[in-house]
Design a protein around this ligand. Structure first.
Ligand SMILES: [Zn+2]
Length: 145
């Protein structure tokens, strides 16, 4: 699953918890990490090039930034908190995404069970991947605005 989808899910979880009460934000961290492991059951389109993956993540993360600006500074921090925790397993195993940019120099690790071979249960098409991110983006807008 892509960076943007994990960020969107984590941000929506964090915003929902925060809206229940600022103290509930602490519950968002483990929930966002759990969402990552659940969402990694869905893979990524195998026919995309590295440039296509990067462009897809970049475009949707630009939308994420726009939603954060629209939500205001307080909610933007909440969204960032959720986005980071939603990506913690990838931040650790992909070495802050250096293994995506420079796979030969920084090989990815498989410390998290959700990154081990055979964990993925689905192989989405390009359409499903874009649609899934769009739905999660709508979840952010719904939970923050
Ligand atoms: Zn992952």
């Amino acid at each position: 699953m892509h960076l943007n989808a994990h960020a969107f899910a984590g941000a929506a979880i964090a915003a929902t918890c925060y809206n229940l009460g600022p103290g509930a934000l602490l519950a968002a961290a483990p929930l966002a990490i759990a969402s990552h492991c659940l969402m990694d059951k869905i893979g990524e389109p195998r026919n995309w090039t590295r440039s296509q993956h990067t462009l897809f993540d970049g475009a949707f993360m630009a939308l994420f930034a726009a939603a954060a600006v629209a939500a205001g500074p307080e909610m933007a921090w909440v969204m960032l908190f959720g986005a980071v925790f939603g990506n913690i397993p990838d931040i650790m195993d992909k070495r802050c995404y250096l293994s995506v940019l420079f796979p030969d120099r920084f090989p990815a690790r498989r410390w998290w069970f959700c990154h081990r071979k055979g964990y993925e249960a689905f192989q989405p098409t390009s359409t499903h991947t874009v649609l899934f991110s769009a739905i999660l983006y709508a979840a952010i807008l719904w939970s923050t605005l």
